[in-house]
Every structure is written in structure tokens, then in C-alpha cells.
Design a protein around this ligand. Structure first.
Ligand SMILES: Cc1cc2nc3c(=O)[nH]c(=O)nc-3n(C[C@H](O)[C@H](O)[C@H](O)COP(=O)(O)O)c2cc1C
Length: 194
């Protein structure tokens, strides 16, 4: 079993990546493979609304990181999306990914069905719930199962590494990892039985 993580921060190895790695540590303890892909330094353009992705299984525009990322999304059993909070929402690169992934999935129905999804957000102070909603909406209207945690899956921090001081935020990430592993293992057992 594998969980693919997409980090939408403009900063490599910043707070969002740290939160995602905290979730991954738990998943790995449960024997689940993980891969973190950071969009920092990569190009992710917004949807061009050409609607030519039907039957192709990916976006028609191949000159940026989307196709590489979306292949990994399709292959994974679980998807962890992480974004820093920018202007009380997700980063523009995460928004660009969500737009294109949603249109490709709409035009190729069922391609994400029964995967497990979860989202995390790093914020200095405000807007994390809006960012989480944006990512969770993507999972929920593409037939995916959402893993929850002991609190909203956010943590506070401004400079890289600051979230390490948010004990409650880190505990929430650990809880998310446990629940994601539980859900994946249950689904996998059911799958083996059918
Ligand atoms: C363009 C920009 C906009 C931001 N807007 C917000 C905001 O609306 N609310 C907030 O709490 N933090 C905001 N921040 C702070 C980041 O969310 C915070 O520094 C976060 O820890 C960054 O995560 P990272 O290290 O993964 O990039 C903003 C940062 C940037 C660069």
C-alpha cells in the first residue's frame, strides 16, 4: 500500500512538509509506503479549460509537473495533500493542481474512486479551515474516503520549523496518520476478500 503526498508550499522542506512527514512517520510504522512530492521550484499551471482530457486519463497540457504528479496520484492507494495558508486559502500551486486534477477526474469518471484522502495545512494564524475545505472538497466529490483526526488537521507556525513548537498541531498529525492507516488497512482487507 502506498500514500502519495503533494506539498503545495513555495518553500522546500518548510512547515507544511514537516507536518506531512509527521503523518508519514505514522503510516510507515504501519508498513505503508510513502512518497512526498514538493511543488517548490516546480511549475504547476492553472487549468486552461480546454476540456480535451476526456478518455486520456491526464491533462492535455504536458509542459509542467502536472502529468508526473497525477500519475503518482492515480497509482497511490491514499493521497495526502498539504498546503501552507496563503490569503486564507491554499497556495496558488495547490489550487492549480486541484483545478486540473478535478477536471481530469470529472472527464474520466471513477479514476480516483475508493482511494483514501487527507489534507493538512500550515498557517501563521488564520484561514487554515478554508484551505482544508478546498482540499477536502476535491476528495469528497471524486468518490474518495476522507480520514479525520482528533482536531482540524492544521498547525501554527510562520518561519520554517516553527510548527515543531505547536504540540497540539503535531499530535493532530499523528492522529491523522493513525486514522489514515486504519482506513487504508480496512479497505485493503475488504479488497482482498472480494
Ligand atoms: C503569500 C503568503 C500569504 C500568506 N497568507 C497567510 C494567511 O492568510 N494566514 C496565515 O495564517 N498565514 C499566512 N501566511 C503564512 C504561512 O501560511 C506560514 O508561514 C506557513 O507556515 C508557511 O508554510 P511553509 O513553510 O510550508 O511554506 C502567508 C504566507 C505567504 C508567503
Amino acid at each position: 500500500m502506498k500514500v502519495f503526498g503533494l506539498c503545495g508550499s513555495a518553500r522546500k522542506d518548510g512547515n507544511t512538509a514537516l507536518l506531512m512527514r509527521t503523518v508519514f512517520d505514522v503510516l510507515e510504522k504501519h508498513g505503508i509506503e510513502t512518497e512526498l512530492y514538493q511543488l517548490a521550484g516546480k511549475q504547476m499551471n492553472p487549468c486552461r479549460a480546454c476540456f480535451t482530457c476526456g478518455g486520456k486519463g491526464t491533462c492535455s497540457f504536458r509542459q509542467d509537473a502536472f502529468d508526473e504528479v497525477f500519475r503518482k496520484v492515480r497509482e497511490a492507494d491514499g493521497i495526502l495533500l498539504g498546503s501552507p495558508v496563503y490569503l486564507a486559502n491554499v497556495s496558488s500551486s495547490m489550487q492549480a493542481f486541484l483545478e486540473r486534477a478535478a477536471v481530469v477526474a470529472d472527464m474520466n469518471p471513477g479514476m480516483l474512486r475508493h482511494k483514501v484522502g487527507a489534507a493538512v495545512a500550515a498557517a501563521r494564524r488564520g484561514g487554515a479551515l478554508c484551505a482544508l475545505d478546498a482540499m477536502n472538497h476535491f476528495f469528497l466529490n471524486h468518490e474518495m474516503f476522507l480520514a479525520g483526526a482528533s482536531y482540524w488537521t492544521l498547525a501554527f507556525g510562520q518561519l520554517p520549523g516553527d510548527v515543531k513548537a505547536d504540540a497540539e498541531g503535531l499530535a493532530t498529525m499523528t492522529s491523522l496518520g493513525e486514522n489514515m492507516a486504519f482506513l487504508l488497512q480496512k479497505l485493503h482487507i475488504e479488497e482482498e476478500m472480494t
